[in-house]
Design a protein around this ligand. Structure first.
Ligand code: CAA
Length: 261
């Protein structure tokens, strides 16, 4: 597989891709070269038929401490505008396969936004989420004023974005930003995310992709449009072998053998 400088890509299971941000000296600050590698690894995993779900993680100390401030500090408006700085961050949201973020330690600024681009966030008790851009004289640039609001609501998002306060894993769970806080212990949150990814991979992959597509499409639509889109995709799944197999297996009281077709 490809050799990377700022990330590690592995397969802890034949059906699971694990991508680990690996720039420890900078607390996984998301420099442009790191993001290029991340996008490449994500697209490779998305295109690999054997992979059903992707886990994205960082280190015990930091999921990611944000965009690389040292890379940004001397940029001019003309540079960032002309080159559409951070535009390629949105690529993750275009992946078809589910991405689970396993967050320990700091998830700040772009790190918090990166977690929010994933489909599911699992947090270790050490996780700390924040949008400290206000302390740098700027605002979030990777979705922190948009996805965060949809995730936790306006007042809480405003508090985070305007004060820069970090929230604990517990608060993030109470607010619905993370699906749950996983028990103590080094590596526990990654183990749990891999187990979840394995379970998702064992389902019919067409239905998995359809479910992700429909949930995400709902963010861009009215309720009536979203419900209609859901029903159409639901109808469409009756053209798959996996629907026949899944329902036959239930009727015959056996485990379904999905062929992802
Ligand atoms: N960019 C570049 N370097 C960073 C960084 C970042 N976002 N975060 C940490 N580092 C570097 C530090 O500069 C330091 O490097 P040196 O050893 O060369 O000095 C190294 O990582 C270790 O960091 P600290 O010594 O600061 O570690 P700490 O444990 O004392 O503090 C911290 C940890 C609270 C996370 C602190 O590092 C910090 O506040 N980091 C910046 C967080 C931040 O402001 N993030 C938002 C970035 S802007 C953004 O993300 C824009 C956007 O919306 C896209």
């Amino acid at each position: 597989s490809t050799e990377y400088q700022f990330i590690l890509a592995s397969k802890p299971d034949p059906s699971v891709a694990l991508i680990t941000l690996n720039r420890p000296k900078a607390l996984n600050a998301l420099s442009s070269p790191l993001f290029l590698e991340l996008n490449q690894a994500l697209f490779e995993a998305d295109a690999d038929d054997a992979i059903g779900a992707i886990v994205l993680t960082g280190s015990e100390k930091a999921f990611a401490a944000g965009a690389d401030i040292k890379e940004m500090k001397d940029k001019e408006y003309s540079d960032v505008y002309k080159n559409n700085f951070l535009e390629n961050w949105g690529q993750i949201a275009k992946l078809r396969k589910p991405v689970i973020a396993a967050v320990s330690g700091y998830a700040l600024g772009g790190g918090c936004e990166l977690a929010l681009m994933c489909d599911i966030i699992l947090a270790s008790p050490t996780a700390k989420f924040g949008q400290p851009e206000i302390n740098l004289g700027v605002i979030p640039g990777g979705g922190g004023s948009q996805r965060l609001v949809r995730s936790i609501g306006k007042s809480r998002a405003m508090e985070m974005v305007l004060t820069g306060r970090q929230i604990t894993a517990q608060e993030a769970a109470q607010w619905g930003m993370v699906s749950r806080v996983v028990g103590e212990g080094e590596g526990k949150v990654v183990e749990e995310a891999i187990a979840m990814a394995k379970e998702i991979s064992s389902k019919g992959q067409i239905a998995v992709q359809a479910a992700k597509e429909v949930v995400n499409a709902g963010y861009e639509m009215t309720l009536a449009e979203g419900l209609r889109f859901e029903r159409r995709i639901f109808h469409g799944l009756f053209a798959t072998k996996d629907q026949k197999e899944g329902m036959a297996a239930f009727a015959e009281k056996r485990k379904a053998q999905f062929t992802h077709s």
